[in-house]
Ligand binder design. Structure first.
Ligand code: AMP
Ligand code: ZN
Length: 476
């Protein structure tokens, strides 16, 4: 299998550290608000990677962390902790906020048929590991203290800007507006942030009547909380070892978060912690990054309320390459929904009388073609094209289904489940009438009405597929 490695900026043959086994760490969600479809785009992409590796025969140990402390509103170590901000906004404690949005994230995983990761460690439950790691980095001479925390001295790591091709000179020039004047270099970042100036113990802070943060811990340097970057290095290496196979995340993490993780790995262990760094591109809305101002901040549950299947969103994502990203629009989602419905209908239309358990035979030709695509840095749009080619082919139906269900181990569209749960049933008068009305609309080329009736019929539990001059209908 070939994967694109951000470290070398090229596709490389994937070679695991341990034969037949892969360790993957994916930066997890910051649980201070509802995950939007942009966040879930990332997790669908990495679920496809995990599924592909399993399908190709690897044992996969994948870790997705929960960031429940330390992610500040600005990636440059300033601003408020996103968790504290969420807490104020909703009038709940940070712990309640963390629980609420972690649960929402888990519900999103289920909706999108994303396999439950092997481990989902919470940052707040790994404070000891983070402190130990900072101690190591400190002992190796990479840290210094300011009034607001323990910082990583990026000048001590000569390759600091290499991973992201950073122009350090330019960053230095731009640093005149730097808020934290105590930092030695603009790229230095906090490993440990103090709750109270200069790092103090609980007792002395309380003596002064200082207001306690909701999330803070005792440390060798003073009360405080860990930086966002150290969380990922601590949790990835705890579960996967000091060097592991693949680290993933959104491309927004290349410049700061992952650059800093690499620096920390160097500071603590003397090397990069991951052999392959993979990054997903962004989904956009109206041409810009989805955000409060540009719009598109839909959640998967918003899409559901709009009448879409959550898996139609997954199908839409599969149609984009993870390194290209995609432009999201309701129109595109509509097309994905129709395509997914068609795929399901194709499964049902002619084949439901067959007992697929009678064979284990699959089409080697189609599987080989499919494997070639997924092994080429997850070329999913091409892999989907192979799926359609298979469905339109005239190979023996029962083999076709078996082959499709095998491919769906990677796609994760729940197709075999759908097939097993669906039964052919007698149609009611009401449904027949609706289908006839819809046919009439189609004959009159009244597409809007025909689309509307398709939805009405679907709400009643039936899928319609248009054939040349007629249509077929099946119960979902
Ligand atoms: P966060 O919860 O903000 O830490 O983000 C979780 C993940 O979602 C990160 O890996 C981000 O890179 C990713 N992400 C955020 N917005 C988008 C987007 N519009 N498209 C793709 N990935 C995104
Ligand atoms: Zn991370």
């Amino acid at each position: 299998m070939k994967v694109y490695n951000t470290t070398t900026r090229q596709k490389e043959e994937f070679k695991p550290i341990k034969d037949g086994e892969v360790g993957i760490y994916s930066c997890g969600p910051t649980v201070y608000s509802s995950p939007h479809i942009g966040n879930m785009y990332a997790y669908i992409c990495w679920d496809v990677l995990v599924r592909t590796l399993k399908y190709l025969g690897y044992k996969v140990n994948n870790v997705v962390n929960i960031t429940d402390v330390g992610h500040l509103t600005s990636d440059a170590d300033s601003g408020e902790d996103k968790m504290e901000k969420g807490s104020k906004k909703e009038g709940m404690t940070v712990w309640e906020i963390a629980k609420k949005y972690e649960n929402e994230f888990l519900e999103n995983l289920k909706e999108l048929n994303i396999e439950t990761p092997w481990k989902m460690p919470r940052a707040t439950e790994h404070i000891v590991e983070q402190i130990e790691l900072i101690k190591k980095i400190e002992a190796n001479g990479f840290t210094y203290k300011t009034s607001d925390g323990i910082y990583f001295d990026t000048a001590k790591f000569s390759d600091y800007g290499k991973f992201a091709n950073l122009n350090l000179e330019k960053l230095r020039e731009g640093a005149r507006v730097e808020i934290n004047e105590e930092k030695k270099n603009p790229t230095d970042f906090a490993l440990w942030k103090f709750s109270y100036s200069n790092g103090r113990s609980f007792d002395s802070a309380q003596d002064d009547g200082a207001k306690r943060r909701q999330m803070e811990w005792e440390s060798p340097w003073g009360i405080g909380f860990p930086g966002w970057h150290i969380e990922c290095t601590a949790m990835s290496t705890k579960y996967l070892g000091e060097t592991f196979d693949i680290h993933t995340g959104g491309e927004d993490h290349i410049n700061i978060h992952h650059t800093n993780e690499i620096a920390q790995g160097f500071g603590a262990f003397g090397h990069n912690t991951a052999n392959y760094w993979m990054h997903n591109a962004f989904i956009t809305f109206g041409g810009s990054k989805i955000s409060k101002s540009s719009g598109g901040l839909y959640t998967v549950f918003d899409l559901k309320e709009m009448g879409f299947d959550s898996l139609a969103y997954r199908y839409l994502v599969l149609g984009s390459h993870y390194r290209k990203g995609m432009e999201f629009s309701v129109e595109n989602l509509k097309s994905a929904q129709i395509a997914l419905d068609r795929l399901k209908l194709r499964i049902l239309l002619d084949y439901s009388t067959e007992n697929i358990d009678n064979t284990n035979e699959i089409s080697e030709d189609y599987i080989n073609e499919f494997n070639k695509k997924i092994s080429d840095d997850l070329a999913m749009p091409e892999a989907i094209a192979v799926v359609w080619k298979l469905m339109k082919s005239d190979i023996k139906k029962i083999i076709k289904l078996k082959t499709l269900f095998k491919m769906d181990e990677v796609l994760g569209l729940g197709l075999e489940d759908f097939y097993n749960k669906t039964k052919k049933e007698e149609l009611s008068e009401e449904i027949v009438k609706l289908v006839e009305e819809r046919q009439k609309a189609r004959e009159e080329k009244n597409w809007a009405e025909s689309d509307r009736l398709r939805e009405v019929i679907k709400d009643k539990g039936y899928l319609v597929e248009d054939l040349k001059n007629t249509c077929k209908i099946l119960k979902i």
